[in-house]
Design a protein around this ligand. Structure first.
Ligand code: SF4
Length: 194
């Protein structure tokens, strides 16, 4: 059995933290397992929990739009996962211990997928993967190197929905992702907008 499928089976029955108690579905992640870009968000919200897929509500629509104008889509270029795989009740932020308990699953996903570029969507993804003390407002738009991966932190799409003024800087961050993708993955990559 493929490693990612095997991991998915393990995660789907996980009860390692209390987030397992109120979830409807585990949201493992989805996309092309050979993708060169991984987008990592915070955790499932209401709609993601209901249907078991990442980024399916309004945030997901916006993420798909941003990916689309960058010339990327979920089926070909991107794999999407979250820091925690089960929905925190009431959409609260996942607690540090919940993040830490779930993190090995994400690390395994990264190890299997071996992306070239990791896009961190929001503060929780940044803190969960890189540094609990990092601030998204300070490091967004800056390339970080983590375990040999090129990492671009940017705002979470839900933050863009709450604050229109963040859309411009987020778009600038994705333009950098497109440039990096052309540099290290495909020089011919087409985006109509940059
Ligand atoms: S959030 Fe992660 S560690 Fe917690 S129960 Fe779900 S899969 Fe397991």
């Amino acid at each position: 059995m493929e490693a990612l499928e095997q991991l998915k089976i393990e995660v789907t029955s996980c009860t390692r933290c209390i987030l397992s108690q109120k979830r409807t579905h585990v949201v493992f992640g989805e996309g092309n397992q050979f993708a060169k870009i991984m987008c990592i968000g915070e955790g499932p919200g209401y709609y993601e929990d209901q249907i078991g897929r990442p980024f399916v509500g309004k945030s997901g629509e916006l993420l798909d739009k941003i990916l689309g104008v960058s010339g990327f889509n979920r089926t070909e270029h991107v794999y999407i996962a979250n820091i925690v795989k089960c929905r925190p009740p009431g959409n609260r932020d996942p607690l540090p211990e919940e993040r830490a308990t779930c993190l090995p699953f994400l690390l395994k996903q990264i190890e299997i997928i071996q992306p070239k570029i990791i896009v961190l969507l929001g503060a929780t993804a940044l803190k969960g993967l890189i540094d609990p003390n990092a601030k998204i407002t300070q490091v967004r738009g800056t390339w970080l190197e983590w375990n040999g991966y090129q990492v671009m932190p940017t705002f979470h799409p839900s933050a863009l929905l709450r604050n229109e003024q963040l859309k411009r800087p987020a778009w600038e961050d994705f333009k950098k992702v497109v440039s990096k993708y052309r540099e290290i993955v495909n020089p011919e990559h087409f985006s109509a907008h940059c």
